[in-house]
Design a protein around this ligand. Structure first.
Ligand SMILES: Cc1cc2nc3c(=O)[nH]c(=O)nc-3n(C[C@H](O)[C@H](O)[C@H](O)COP(=O)(O)OP(=O)(O)OC[C@H]3O[C@@H](n4cnc5c(N)ncnc54)[C@H](O)[C@@H]3O)c2cc1C
Length: 417
């Protein structure tokens, strides 16, 4: 078992005496064993969180996380880091707020600063329909015990003084969640990896799963580019590639995979101290601790695994940003990228058993799964360890598509985030 250094101001001072030469590795470079109790496929935030909670809360420590690239190199390291729980339906509110509550103690729990910043998040409304939508959702969220406030345009202007309220789509109001905000995305992956490793989890990078061992309709392990690895249970948490993995196991998922893009500007002095989203104009924006504006674009209109995305999507996002914030018109953009998001028709995730026994999938988080990372890992670990759905996860099983019990979060997820 790895004994990582405990991070604190004292250990920082102690290691400074030795010119920071003797820090322990954050996690071991583990070599795959022949067999594990549980294998998690996908070393993004959700997969690593699952492994951590399996070891920490479910007592399952004989676990490997297999990642085909590097930790957090998928959507975890590509997202715009927005965290919130202002979803309409009871099932979603319970799941996403479970995650926000875990976020609130996460840095202390992992002994790793995930830079969770509850700076407040505004959802703008631009027309009568938007006003009705935020009114309905705000009340539903409030009734679920989650903080939510409806703001007038004047109150929006107080929070974001340079916003243009009178554009082509005037700002008529906003829904505010003060507990919403941002977190540092790759720190989340690294923090969970380090904590899971310390509990004995093997984290294996550059290890691609290429098939499943299945005997009498029960999973026996995974085929990888480093050989066969046996496992009594397998959890797949591969986001945009979930359909590829499901195909290897012989079934289909109700998921479409599309590119979703984001971009950052050159750094600015502090100018924006909350997150602002607009589904109608379609822009969402926040300022990172480095000063860059983090801007989310929309999903491309076609399915793809290209991780690039079309130029029109970026252009559209920047037009929307300038409509709301003309002050940014001379700002230079530093870089742009895309991730492949896994979208269900009701814009809610799939946390589910599958037709193959002991093979579980956690996917379908689409454009908005970063915020759910701790909650998703927590409930999925429970599902894998006990072989039955956690009460918070049960409504999100694939069965809902057979029963028509969809959890339609199209409005809450209308702007990619
Ligand atoms: C541009 C963009 C902006 C976004 N903004 C937000 C936001 O602001 N807020 C929010 O809540 N969400 C946001 N999201 C969505 C969020 O990023 C994802 O829902 C979330 O990060 C998914 O995490 P994950 O761990 O499931 O997936 P990932 O981080 O993608 O991890 C899956 C891992 O599986 C690995 N993998 C795939 N196939 C295999 C294989 N065969 N073998 C082994 N490993 C494999 C991949 O390499 C990858 O590392 C955004 C997404 C994008 C792309």
């Amino acid at each position: 078992m790895n004994k990582p250094n405990r991070y604190s101001v004292f250990s920082l001072a102690r290691h400074a005496l030795n010119y920071h030469q003797d820090w322990a590795r954050a996690w071991r470079n583990a070599q795959p064993k022949r067999e594990y109790e549980a294998v998690i496929v996908g070393g993004g935030g959700h997969g690593l969180a699952t492994a951590y909670y399996l070891a920490r809360e479910c007592g399952v420590r004989d676990v490997a996380v297999l990642e085909k690239g590097w930790l957090g190199g998928g959507n975890t390291g590509r997202n715009t880091t927005i965290v919130r729980s202002n979803y309409l339906w009871d099932e979603s509110a319970a799941l996403y707020d479970h995650a926000v509550k875990l976020w609130e103690g996460l840095s202390a729990e992992l002994n790793y600063n995930v830079m969770f910043s509850q700076r407040g998040l505004l959802h703008l409304a631009h027309n009568v329909h938007d006003m009705q939508e935020i009114g309905r959702r705000g009340c539903a969220i409030y009734a679920n015990g989650i903080d939510s406030e409806l703001l007038t345009p004047a109150q929006v202007k107080t929070m974001v003084p340079f916003i243009n309220l009178d554009g082509r789509q005037p700002v008529l109001g906003a829904l505010l969640q003060r507990r919403g905000g941002t977190a540092r995305h790759d720190a989340v992956a690294w923090g969970y990896a380090r904590a899971a490793d310390a509990l004995g989890v093997d984290i294996i990078q550059n290890c691609e799963v290429t098939g499943f061992g299945i005997d009498a309709n029960r999973v026996t392990g995974v085929q990888t580019n480093r050989g066969f690895i046996g496992a009594r249970k397998v959890g797949c948490v591969v986001a945009g590639h979930c359909s590829v993995l499901a195909d290897m196991a012989g079934f289909r998922l109700p998921i479409e995979s599309t590119p979703l893009q984001a971009l950052v500007s050159e750094p600015l002095k502090p100018v924006l101290d909350c997150v602002v989203m607009s589904g109608t104009v379609h822009a969402y924006i926040s300022q990172s601790d480095k000063g860059e504006l983090v801007i989310g674009a929309g999903s491309d209109a076609y399915n793809s695994y290209s991780q690039r995305g079309g130029f029109d999507s970026i252009e559209h996002a920047l037009c929307a940003v300038l409509e709301l914030y003309p002050i940014f018109s001379r700002l230079k953009m530093l870089r742009q990228w895309a991730g492949i998001v896994d979208v269900t028709v009701d814009r809610s995730p799939l946390i589910t058993a599958t037709p193959v026994r002991n093979l579980f999938f956690n996917c379908g988080w689409g454009t908005g799964g970063f915020k759910a990372t701790p909650g998703s890992g927590h409930v999925f670990a429970h599902c894998i360890a006990r072989g039955e759905m956690h009460p918070l996860a049960a409504p999100f099983s694939i069965e809902r598509f057979n029963r028509g019990a969809l959890i339609d979060e199209g409005a809450a997820a209308a702007v990619a985030h």
